[in-house]
Design a protein around this ligand. Structure first.
Ligand SMILES: [Zn+2]
Length: 408
């Protein structure tokens, strides 16, 4: 179960990697779905309506991609083969847990470097540098605004009412350079033309699916720190796919945690992202989900009251429903009756995953061949490379202004 926000990030993954093609090209999610006959996976609106099936499919694909990448790194011929590289030390099986963990982490790091981080985070670093530069510029322009005159006053004494004219003056007379004047597409092609679109697709999918898995895990462990960290990536994705409501939601979430609340409040807000109604580690659900569940419960109670329903009875139902639910669950546990719908039969996915791994290897998904393309994913670029930073910066600046008098 996931909160509204994360569901949209999930939708983003389907839009990005599944729906852009109808041609089953080797290694794409669409082709993998056909190979393993996941008929309940349809993409589009179905991704949210039949959430569980679609989520499971993405996770299985991710597992297949991870296994394929591991085989490449270890130079394995098949899943049961003997690795040429990264052969586990002979006594690893009986070694201390911490030693096993260390070895595994190193291997995972190698896979991450070679198959997921294709641009070695250059793009994100560049983006944050440019954003910082824009911030300084905006701040210094705003600093030249005179509150009494209600005008921008330049260092040379000239006054402007209009921001656009003032900026033009700064460019023409003082040699300022504003990013918004630059052509955003100017420098993308020269470096990108010879890249491997297929490898970009693979790396981008692995990255985003890993973020999705991590967010899901962060919510179920109620790990506020990770939820905030992942929100930053999800924010960029929402921007690229123009999920505006979600973008705003994420922005406000981060604004509250980072800037608006007091340290104590921020800490509480961050770590109250999920609740646990059934007990046990890793069984939390996001709070907006909990609200949704409670709303359903109360609605049901009100329906049961039929024509006897009044405002007062609705309030009573709302206040008592959680307690009633708890009593019901306790009773059920006492008589050791299995709670309905709480456990689901687990199907064995390993066969599916093995088939998918073989498809990925056949499609040479884990090599880097400059100039290669999927026919239906021409010039595929990771979402982070498609962010229009000037537009985003203008948006964030506007939101900051609004937040200064609207929020809290
Ligand atoms: Zn001037």
């Amino acid at each position: 179960m996931m909160c509204q926000g994360t569901v949209l990030f999930f939708k983003f993954i389907y839009q990005e990697f599944y729906e852009t093609t109808s041609a089953p090209e080797q290694g794409t999610l669409f082709q993998l779905r056909n190979v393993i006959h996941r008929v309940d996976v349809s993409g589009g609106e179905g991704a949210v309506d039949k959430f569980r099936a679609h989520y499971a499919f993405i996770m299985d694909c991710l597992d297949a991609y991870i296994l394929g990448a591991t085989m490449k790194v270890m130079e394995l011929e098949c899943l049961d083969g003997m690795p040429v590289k990264w052969r586990p030390p002979p006594l690893l099986k009986t070694a201390e847990k911490s030693d096993q963990y260390q070895w595994l982490t190193k291997l995972a790091q190698e896979i991450l470097e070679e198959h997921v981080k294709l641009d070695k985070d250059k793009n994100l670093t560049r983006m944050s540098e440019v954003a910082k530069e824009m911030d300084t510029q905006t701040l210094s322009v705003q600093g030249m605004f005179d509150d009494d005159l209600q005008k921008f006053v330049c260092t040379c004494g000239k006054q402007y009412k209009n921001l656009g004219f003032f900026k033009r003056h700064l460019v023409n007379k003082h040699n300022w350079l504003f990013r918004d004047d630059e052509d955003p597409t100017a420098d993308t092609c020269t470096s990108e033309c010879k890249s491997d679109s297929v490898a970009n697709y693979r790396a981008s999918f692995m990255k985003n699916a890993l973020i999705l898995r991590d967010t899901y895990d962060a919510y179920s462990m109620c790990d506020g720190g990770r939820v905030v960290r992942n929100a930053k990536f999800e924010f960029l994705c929402a921007d690229v796919r123009k999920h505006n409501k979600y973008k705003l939601w994420l922005w406000r979430f981060m604004a509250y945690v980072i800037a608006l609340l007091s340290p104590k409040q921020a800490y509480e807000y961050m770590w109250n992202c999920a609740s646990n109604t059934i007990g046990g580690i890793g069984r939390n659900i996001p709070n907006d989900n909990l609200v949704e569940l409670m709303v359903q419960l109360v609605k049901k109670k009100i329906r049961e009251q039929g024509s006897n329903f009044t405002y007062a009875s609705a309030v009573k139902a709302a206040l008592s429903s959680q307690v009633q639910d708890e009593i019901k669950q306790n009773l059920q546990q006492e008589i050791q009756q299995k709670t309905k719908g709480k456990s689901r039969t687990k199907t064995n996915k390993s066969v599916d995953i093995e088939v998918m791994v073989m498809e990925l290897i056949k499609g040479n998904l884990f090599s880097y061949i400059p100039g290669r393309e999927f026919q239906s994913f021409r010039n595929f670029q990771d979402a982070s490379e498609r962010v229009n930073l000037t537009k985003l910066h203008t948006w964030v600046t506007k939101q900051k202004e609004r937040a200064s008098f609207e929020m809290l």
